[in-house]
Design a protein around this ligand. Structure first.
Ligand SMILES: Cc1cc2nc3c(=O)[nH]c(=O)nc-3n(C[C@H](O)[C@H](O)[C@H](O)COP(=O)(O)OP(=O)(O)OC[C@H]3O[C@@H](n4cnc5c(N)ncnc54)[C@H](O)[C@@H]3O)c2cc1C
Ligand code: HEM
Length: 385
């Protein structure tokens, strides 16, 4: 609990912290990676280089100043972070590490302004938020472990099958090395993965590209040239290779009810939407499945979607756009033609693609609670550059 005096200190100093947030975040990670090299592999080096993730963490602590009195609002605002933490197996013991290094960064950047009282107040605020996250994340980890076929921390899986879905997307069907059952995830969720890449431990997130079957999990990975994990999957891993999976998480899941679905994907963004489509169709819902690919060679899951269309001819409408050579694009005009009343809209793809789709749906009057999307990296606003 913060004292009233500490609350006043936080209110008085929050604007100064906000003004120096960039400097604080750019000091925080080097301090932490230097003092605690063991946590470094958890953080995606590309997100660090781009600065997207560092801003998210420190920004969240600052935003918490306004949300302290409403724990439910805090949990909602931090739901993406909570999911990422759960799927990477972040532990309570790691919270003091982040707290200590954040305080050191604040001290370095703000210098003499950080008196002992100021430092204590901010450490207290961090501790309060950390306790809330630790509690929610423990509940989530317990819930996943308690499911039939669930587990805690990492579990070894073996690649049982691979399939080329397009020129640069390959699926990997993985089965648990212990031969036991696999917990059901919600269609649309992703999983944390830990792999030894040439002697270096690397963590990443991948959507589960199929609905749960109790035995295997499927990832579908786009080959990023020079990408640490995806290149390793495409060039070094195959049937028989082992990888470690962490719990499934993510809140891009089907909203209950019988509302029709408008699923809009660009490129590898199909991975969470394909299981959502399958799940929705199996519930008898109508689905419009819009997919934008560069060209026919880069168009993944063609056969799988065609099979779905055959199984559900009255429920599924498939719309494909190939964008190469300006042949087409997903825009407000196309979406306006496809949108019907009460649709739940889901969209996943490159940042620019989602920005266009989001703006188009807003223009077409689709409210917030019917627009659902996920970013394949740290959260960033969907505003035109
Ligand atoms: C919730 C979620 C779900 C996801 N689902 C999927 C999915 O289903 N399928 C999928 O394919 N991906 C998915 N991703 C993305 C995935 O997690 C990885 O980010 C992606 O595979 C790239 O990782 P990588 O290690 O291959 O590339 P990274 O090593 O992270 O590199 C990314 C890019 O940066 C470039 N780069 C790397 N280092 C440097 C450098 N020093 N200088 C300049 N450029 C550099 C690389 O060449 C590459 O193009 C998902 C992400 C999230 C958060
Ligand atoms: C109060 C403390 C914390 C806050 C407020 C916080 C907040 C956040 C936020 C906002 C994100 C980004 C979510 C997104 O993708 O949009 C994030 C991601 C992440 N957090 Fe935390 N976090 C905290 C503690 C920790 C701790 C203790 C660890 C472990 C050392 C940790 C590890 C990570 C990792 C590894 C990611 C994903 C990084 C990536 O994608 O590169 N966080 N966190």
């Amino acid at each position: 609990m913060l004292t009233t005096a500490q609350e006043q200190i936080i209110s008085a100093t929050a604007p100064v912290v906000a003004d120096h947030l960039e400097d604080i975040t750019s000091r925080f990670y080097p301090i932490m990676f230097d003092r605690y090299p063991e946590v470094r592999p958890l953080f995606n080096a590309t997100h660090q280089r781009e600065g997207t993730q560092p801003r998210a963490l420190a920004g969240a602590v600052l935003a918490y100043v306004q949300m302290r009195q409403q724990p439910e609002q805090t949990k909602h605002a931090l739901r993406v972070a909570i999911d990422k933490h759960v799927s990477l197996g972040i532990t309570p013991e790691q919270y003091p590490i982040v707290g200590e290094c954040l305080m050191m960064a604040i001290g370095e950047v703000l210098g003499d302004a950080v008196t002992e009282d100021v430092a204590d107040a901010w450490a207290g605020l961090y501790g309060e938020l950390a306790d809330l996250l630790i509690e929610v994340e423990a509940e989530r980890a317990d819930e996943f472990a308690a499911r039939s076929g669930g587990w805690r921390g990492t579990r070894e899986f073996r690649i049982a099958e691979t399939a080329d879905e397009s020129a640069n997307i390959r699926s990997f069907v993985c089965e648990p090395a212990d031969g036991l059952a696999v917990a059901a995830h919600e269609p649309g969720q992703y999983i944390g993965i830990k792999v030894d890449v040439d002697g270096e431990t690397v963590f990443r997130h991948y959507s589960l590209s199929d609905v749960p079957n109790g035995r295997t999990l499927r990832l579908s990975i786009k080959h990023e040239e020079g990408g640490r994990m995806s290149e390793h999957f495409h060039t070094a891993l195959g049937v028989g290779s082992t990888v470690e999976f962490l719990p499934a998480a993510g809140d891009l899941t089907l909203v209950e009810g019988d509302d029709p679905l408008l699923l809009i994907s660009g490129g590898v963004g199909q991975t969470p939407l394909l299981p959502i489509a399958r799940h929705g169709l199996s519930q008898g819902r109508n689905v419009v499945y819009v997919h934008s690919a560069h060209d026919a060679d880069h168009h993944a899951f063609v056969d799988e979607v065609a099979e779905l269309a055959q199984t559900y001819p009255d429920q599924l409408r498939v719309v494909t756009v190939h964008t190469a050579n300006g042949q087409g694009s997903v825009d407000a005009q196309l979406l306006g033609e496809l949108l019907t009343e009460n649709m739940q809209c889901y969209y996943v793809g490159p940042q620019g693609f989602m920005t266009v789709v989001d703006a188009a749906l807003v223009e077409l009057g689709v409210p917030d609670d019917r627009r659902h999307f996920e970013q394949f990296g740290p959260s960033r606003p969907l505003t035109p550059a």
